[in-house]
Design a protein around this ligand. Structure first.
Ligand code: UN1
Length: 511
């Protein structure tokens, strides 16, 4: 079952073998238990990985901490130049790395390529940022005084990422954190360790060629105990966490307790609204990608379709037809013609089954399409559409990481917006309309309450240039572009007296 049997050349190209150390702190190692990386499309073992024990996690933090002064002392544009080289090395490895993402996570190859591309894009962005990191100067109320704001790096940033975007989310965090002058300790998902290892090998190769310790980007592998060790360590001033709302809340409370900072990218429960005047063909195409793309395992996946009653039947008819054609394109995510791959693991299949069963039997929902596991090796389930559930049903209110979408019907944009906002999560949202009035209501204070508010495109597939993240139970964090870099720095407010007097602010006399 192991690498050599599967004989994927790209694994060797990326320096992976049958058994891989999952710890990097300047050197590769790890003495925790050995885990298996499983291919979601076959259920077979790809390779083994040795995890890290908590003491090794603490050591990795120590090494990242030791590497920090040297890294932070480099001029930001020099750090940017290193990140530029990382981007180039990712370009050189785009194909094998994307294939590995596809093999280990289970997403189709074009999406695997898209994911590595996001990392390359954010490297480009970070290079530009490295020459533009701003500081401000404000007019002081005092004579011969300068009032300034300067941004400094934080130190060691802990990045805990999820299986569904095993490389891109680390990319957004690491590229920006690095140009800002931080070192990193990364814990990827326990089920995508090979992607973490291959990525770290590529980046440390670049660092070492430049005479910089590889421990600038340390890596640890393991389950909750490894995550907790990072979260609790006071030498890690920022924890960037991507994952479920429940775990995110625990992380936030623990980090808050020690007055650390946190950046949370938690669950979504994203709605796509189709207004009466929408361009239906386009809305259907967008809905298909957003509902079934990545087999419903993006945090931006459309989980609720809110349809105007006048177009509901027509839209649903077209959607089902499109889903039919998807069924013909189910297959190995690495193969050319495949549009729809497996769920990530058996656990996800079990969840899917429980939810579809509960919908049908306990909540009175109608399964309009799909609803069953697909009989073939690996973890495949049918893309599924369910109607007739109350909007406040617990299963509708909960994020299920599977290709299940719930249908709702409304008669007005106002009601549709209320449904959109009527969940705990606040990540992504879309409105299909041609009316400029609708658009401005949607993006205004009485419109969508999400972090991502789209018009005439689906809920998933955001670009890196703007800030990515959501409100409410999604955690409030912002990553990637715009001013998300501020999360990775601390602000110093500086007042300099360059005169010979000592005037006090507010004109206070203390004599
Ligand atoms: C995620 O699902 O965790 O907007 C991130 C998107 C991607 C990122 C998703 N660019 O769908």
């Amino acid at each position: 079952y192991l690498v050599t049997d599967l004989n994927y050349g790209f694994l060797k190209q990326l320096g992976l073998t049958t058994e891989n150390p999952g710890l990097y702190d300047g050197r590769w190692g790890g003495s925790g238990k050995v885990i298996e990386s499983i291919s979601p499309s076959t259920g077979k073992v790809i390779a083994k990985v040795r995890t890290s024990i908590p003491q090794e996690v603490r050591n990795a933090i120590t090494e990242a901490h030791k590497a920090w002064p040297q890294w932070a002392s480099l001029p930001a544009p020099t750090r940017g130049e290193i990140v530029r080289q990382i981007g180039d090395e990712l370009r050189n490895n785009l194909k094998p790395l994307s294939q590995l993402v596809s093999l280990e996570m289970g997403k189709i190859l074009p999406e695997g390529i898209g994911e590595v591309q996001e990392f390359i894009d954010i490297c480009d962005y970070a290079v530009g940022l490295s020459r533009m990191l701003p500081g401000s100067m404000f007019p002081s109320e005092r004579k011969n005084h300068a009032l300034m704001e300067k941004w400094n790096p934080l130190g060691v940033v802990g990045v805990i990422s999820a299986f569904n975007f095993p490389i891109a989310v680390y990319g957004w965090n690491s590229a920006i954190a690095m140009v800002c002058g931080n070192t990193i300790v990364w814990k990827g998902a326990l089920t995508t360790p090979l992607v973490s290892i291959a990525t770290t090998k590529i980046i440390t190769g670049v660092l070492e060629r430049n005479g910089i310790p590889g421990s600038v980007v340390s890596l640890v592998t393991g389950g909750p105990e490894v995550g907790e060790t990072i979260v609790e360590d006071t030498r890690v001033p920022l924890i960037s966490f991507t994952g479920s709302t429940n775990v995110g809340k625990e992380v936030a409370l623990k980090v808050q307790e020690r007055f650390g900072k946190f950046l949370l990218e938690l669950g979504g429960n994203n709605a796509l609204i189709v207004a009466q005047d929408a361009e239906l063909e386009m809305a259907v195409r967008a809905a298909v990608f957003s509902c079934v793309g990545t087999a419903g395992q993006r945090c931006t996946t459309t989980r609720r379709l809110i349809l105007h009653s006048k177009i509901k039947n027509e839209f649903l008819g077209k959607l089902k037809k499109a889903y039919e054609s998807i069924l013909e394109r189910i297959g190995d995510p690495l193969e050319n013609n495949t549009l729809y791959g497996p769920l990530h693991n058996q656990h996800a299949v079990d969840e899917y089954k429980v939810i579809t069963y509960r919908n049908k039997i306990l909540c009175g929902g109608k399964i309009e399409f799909g609803g069953k596991q697909i009989e073939r090796p690996g973890f495949y389930v049918e893309p599924t559409i369910i109607s007739g559930l109350p909007a406040d049903a617990k299963i509708v209110q909960t994020e299920t990481f599977a290709p299940i979408v719930y249908i709702f019907e409304t008669n007005s944009l106002e009601d549709a917006v209320a449904l959109n906002n009527g969940v705990q999560q606040g990540l992504s949202s879309s409105l299909f309309t041609k009316s400029i009035e609708n658009v401005f209501r949607w993006i205004g204070p009485h419109g969508s309450d999400c972090g991502i508010v789209n018009v005439n495109i689906g809920t998933s597939g955001a670009e890196i240039g703007a800030a990515f993240g959501g409100e409410k139970a999604t955690g409030g964090g912002r990553e990637s572009g715009s001013d998300a870099w501020k999360h990775y720095m601390r602000r110093a407010t500086i007042t300099i007296n360059y005169g010979n007097d000592l005037p006090l602010a507010q004109g206070i006399k203390f004599e």
